[in-house]
Design a protein around this ligand. Structure first.
Ligand SMILES: NC(=O)c1ccc[n+]([C@@H]2O[C@H](COP(=O)([O-])OP(=O)(O)OC[C@H]3O[C@@H](n4cnc5c(N)ncnc54)[C@H](O)[C@@H]3O)[C@@H](O)[C@H]2O)c1
Length: 375
């Protein structure tokens, strides 16, 4: 049934448009990634119908509603925990699942109910919606599917400003290039990571059993304008926002020196990849890709501080808290080799360009952003 529907709705191919999906539902569509994806897909082909569904749980998501309206994206206030809310959003031929409780620290010291009900049960509702309407699915997964203990066990060397993988060292799924899809999946990974990995597995079963076409991108740190950065998620925006609006920052964990390293990916680089994948869904369906900035777009917190000082012109006193939180890892850099081989895509925006973009967004929208991101 799904295949038949897809053939019908995908028969139109607008000139110069990367994907020929006509009715797109973006869940979490008022969030950072979701709103940017929804607006870009609408801009690519103004004739298509793009709906952003969101329950506005994330503080600041409400600020994107006017952007969505101005960009021709229809907003549907709804909750993916409730299947009827998805049904109310209407049929679609592409569902991009961007809604989540996206913090790896969620559930520690409290109830995991919201996390599990949204990230797992809610994703199943999205898959069911896709099954009923025969729509393609893009699922935004996370590098946090990889377990904490093996990531902490990587042989790292302390440089002046960052941790690095020992030169020439390599093992299954890791090397100086970063973490690849072959990295161990054995062990605890946080409830957040577990809900995402479980969703990946269910998405694969929906593909195999019901013929859905499903693409899974395991993303490292994503950032860019319209991310409502907070201490437990969206650290790059938080760091720059504190430099612009003032407030306190601290290096947390791993001795409190700020040498932990992440690669970062500008959301527009992610969208460039989605365009390539959506133009050839058959090729990418069933694949699971690690997606991130890679070694060339990685940064330690110390380096991030220096870049923020340079770009904002403001120097903050950074505190230090040596205690390491349960889900923290000292180093994660994405090895994007697989997705690059499959699509030709590589990240194009370097760290300084990403930070300059975020800085200019903060300055331009200071009046609405300072109450959300300040102090
Ligand atoms: N930002 C990152 O660094 C990053 C990295 C890896 C993976 N991801 C994944 O990418 C996706 C998008 O993340 P993001 O950074 O845009 O997060 P975000 O918090 O900015 O956006 C998520 C949106 O989902 C909404 N939402 C939460 N619960 C919902 C529910 N039950 N029903 C409907 N809407 C709900 C929130 O209001 C928010 O607008 C998530 O799946 C996240 O796990 C993000």
């Amino acid at each position: 049934m799904g295949r038949r529907f897809r053939t019908r709705v995908l028969s139109f191919q607008a000139p110069g448009v990367a994907s020929n999906h006509r009715k797109i539902l973006v869940t979490g569509g008022a969030g950072f990634v979701g709103s940017n994806v929804a607006l870009s897909l609408k801009r690519d082909d103004p004739g298509r119908d793009v709906v952003a569904l969101d329950n506005l749980k994330r503080r600041g998501s409400e600020l994107t509603l006017e952007r969505l309206r101005a960009g021709g994206v229809r907003f549907e206030h709804g909750d993916i925990r409730n299947a009827e809310d998805l049904e109310a959003a209407g049929e679609c031929d592409l569902l991009v699942e961007c809604s989540a409780e996206p913090s790896v620290h969620a559930g520690y010291g409290g109830s995991p109910a919201y996390l599990i009900n949204t990230n797992l049960t809610g994703t199943v509702h999205c898959l069911e919606h896709a099954r009923r309407h025969g729509s393609d699915v893009v699922f935004l997964s996370t590098s946090r599917v990889y377990p904490i203990a093996p990531l902490r066990a990587l042989p790292l060397i302390e440089d002046a400003d960052r941790l690095v993988v020992a030169p020439g060292a390599a093992g299954r799924g890791w090397s100086e290039r970063g973490i690849s899809e072959d990295f161990s999946l054995g062990g605890s990974r946080s409830l957040y990571g577990a809900t995402k990995l479980s969703s990946e597995l269910l998405a694969e079963e929906y593909r195999a059993m019901y013929g859905l076409r499903v693409i899974v991108n395991r993303c490292g740190v994503l950032t860019g304008p319209w991310q409502m950065g907070k201490v437990d998620q969206g650290v790059v925006v938080l760091w720059m926002a504190r430099h612009v609006f003032g407030g306190r920052l601290a290096y947390m964990g791993f001795g409190g020196q700020g040498k932990q390293v992440r690669d970062v990916l500008h959301v527009e680089d992610l969208i460039d990849l989605l365009r390539l994948q959506l133009a050839d869904v058959d090729r990418h369906s069933g694949q699971v890709y690690n997606v991130g900035g890679g070694h060339g777009v990685s940064v330690s917190l110390r380096e991030l501080t220096r870049a923020c000082e340079r770009i904002s012109g403001r120097k903050l006193e950074i505190g230090s808290d040596a205690g390491t939180r349960d889900a923290d890892v000292p180093y994660y850099v994405t090895d994007c080799s697989l997705v690059t081989r499959a699509t030709g895509w590589t990240p194009r925006r370097p760290v300084d360009a990403i930070l300059t973009d975020i800085h200019s967004w903060l300055m331009t929208h200071r009046d609405v952003l300072e109450p959300v991101l300040g102090r």
